[in-house]
Design a protein around this ligand. Structure first.
Ligand SMILES: [Zn+2]
Length: 262
């Protein structure tokens, strides 16, 4: 496939050299895709109003140049997501989710995986455009992001024995799932305590349609546990604090969690 024509979401754009921009895209055909937009800064006519964060575009990309970066030939704006640019919490959460995808989504993904990732990002941006982001929506969209990345945590059954646990159980971060009372044993470093009720709400968050996510009922305790669980899960898989994370914490009016606060 020398020439790729695909709809994409723009996840990141950085200046390169004197007149070019390097653009990170997410495509339902191939997953993450890095292209060079030649002359994007020299001439505003070259890619007018298209190479901005969040933009949903249709692009044509030339991939015929072995050993060099694919080249953006054409970009048409399909959906500008203007609603994400007028409110800081929306902007912050959308930026955070795209940064997570830009870091974690595979290049040259198999088509079903690429379609799942693209579908998640498009749904998340559309949901956010009409939402008032809060801690609950952040937790649920972050969970859906990991699900789209193929990292869905096991929330319903013990990852050791397959039983449905009751009461207060443990979540094993590295094993990516819940551990029942019988198998929790000594509390080890990689686990955190969590109530089954919290896991049930998160499970619904994976199954509900995006339009219903805002209606999921989280009590204060469940929300605190869910935040801690997602924070630990994110750190385990991403390994670092993302650039947009502190801005997001500030925008949502919460102090950032640290591993020490568990
Ligand atoms: Zn068990």
């Amino acid at each position: 496939m020398d020439r790729l024509v695909s709809e994409v979401i723009l996840m990141r754009a950085v200046d390169f050299g004197e007149s070019d921009r390097i653009v990170h895209l997410l495509s339902p055909e191939v997953g993450r895709l890095t292209v060079i937009a030649k002359g994007a800064r020299r001439s505003i006519k070259r890619f007018p109003g298209t190479l901005d964060l969040f933009n949903h575009l249709r692009v044509a990309v030339n991939r015929r140049r072995p050993g060099s970066m694919a080249m953006l030939e054409q970009a048409t704006l399909l959906e500008p997501f203007l609603g994400l640019r007028v409110q800081s919490a929306r902007y912050a959460l959308a930026s955070y989710l795209l940064e997570l995808m830009d870091r974690m989504a595979p290049e040259g993904a198999a088509r079903p995986d690429a379609q799942r990732l693209f579908g998640f990002v498009l749904s998340a941006l559309r949901t956010l455009e009409g939402a008032t982001p809060n801690a609950r929506l952040r937790v649920l969209l972050e969970l859906r992001a990991f699900d789209a990345l193929g990292l869905r945590p096991e929330l319903a059954r013990c990852v050791r024995c397959g039983e449905r646990p009751q009461g207060r159980v443990a979540f094993h971060v590295a094993d990516g799932g819940v551990i029942c009372g019988a198998h929790a044993g000594e509390r080890s470093e990689g686990t955190l305590p969590v109530h089954v009720g919290t896991l049930k709400v998160l499970q619904q968050g994976l199954e509900y349609d995006y339009s219903r996510l805002g209606r999921l009922a989280f009590g204060p305790q469940a929300l605190a546990e869910a935040r801690q669980l997602l924070f630990r899960f994110q750190r385990f898989h991403v390994g670092i604090e993302l650039r947009s994370e502190r801005f997001l914490d500030e925008s949502l009016g919460w102090a950032g969690l640290t591993p020490e606060s568990t």
